[in-house]
Design a binder for this molecule. Structure first.
Ligand SMILES: *Cc1c(COP(=O)(O)O)cnc(C)c1O
Length: 229
């Protein structure tokens, strides 16, 4: 019940925010970030009609997805991905948000080819150049997009970012805006196999600002599932 209330409240706020800034609310998908939360809570959210979930850790995600069913929801991988786990990410996830290196892109392409899948991916940008975060540097993403465009089993859908945490979400705005500009730049390159329809940005604290700056996928954990211990 609580989860359903939380989702309803956030969906309503997504609508209001979108309408206020002249966007179509249907262009924004809410991803429930369920890392370190039990499968039972995800099941409750699915029962309440929710479809998109984000997970950060491959092993944990595989256990929960096996329990709930691969086709029970749309699964998003949003954690740091090591090349040696690419095989599992390809098997379990509809969209991988965190491609940040050519080596990783190559491995995902190879694993997707093996199972005859075209894997949808986003490029993660480390927009504030934080040492503690993964993601490609802003200056690297154009080249990465060109490379990915040449892989038959990858379909680049857009960009993902996670700016620094600020108490005042307004402070995240310049980072969201910068990522959007890079997305438009890549879109303008008209690369084959590259769509650039998505911007994965905004979390519990700052999703409204992210929507104002063009987010299409907001990744909300705490505000749906409660605090993580
Ligand atoms: C944990 C996490 C989120 C959700 O964060 P909340 O503040 O709990 O909403 C979103 N994106 C990524 C990449 C995360 O790791």
């Amino acid at each position: 019940m609580q989860i359903q209330n939380n989702i309803d409240r956030i969906q309503a706020s997504i609508r209001t925010t979108a309408e206020r800034c002249g966007r179509n609310p249907d262009d924004i998908q809410l991803i429930g970030v369920s890392k370190r939360k039990p499968a039972g809570l995800i099941r409750d959210a699915i029962a309440a009609g929710h479809k998109n979930f984000g997970e950060n850790y491959i092993q944990e995600a595989m256990e929960k997805i096996d329990e709930l069913g691969r086709d029970a929801a749309c699964w998003h991988f949003i954690g740091h991905l090591q090349s040696n786990k690419a095989k599992f990410a390809v098997k379990y996830f509809d969209l991988i948000h965190t491609v940040d290196k050519l080596k990783l892109a190559k491995e995902i392409n190879k694993q997707a080819a093996k199972i005859g899948k075209v894997q949808q991916v986003l490029l993660q940008i480390n927009i504030a150049q934080e040492d503690t975060k993964s993601g490609a540097a802003a200056g690297e993403v154009l080249d990465l997009a060109r490379s990915i465009s040449q892989f038959d089993h990858l379909s680049l859908q857009g960009l993902m970012c996670m700016p620094p945490f600020f108490d005042d979400p307004e402070e995240a705005r310049p980072y969201f805006r910068a990522v959007r500009i890079i997305k438009d730049e890549i879109a303008g390159m008209n690369l084959p196999g590259v769509e650039m329809n998505h911007l994965s940005m905004g979390m519990s604290n700052d999703y409204a600002v992210a929507i104002e700056e063009g987010a299409t996928l907001v990744r909300v954990g705490t505000a749906i599932f409660g605090r993580r211990d």
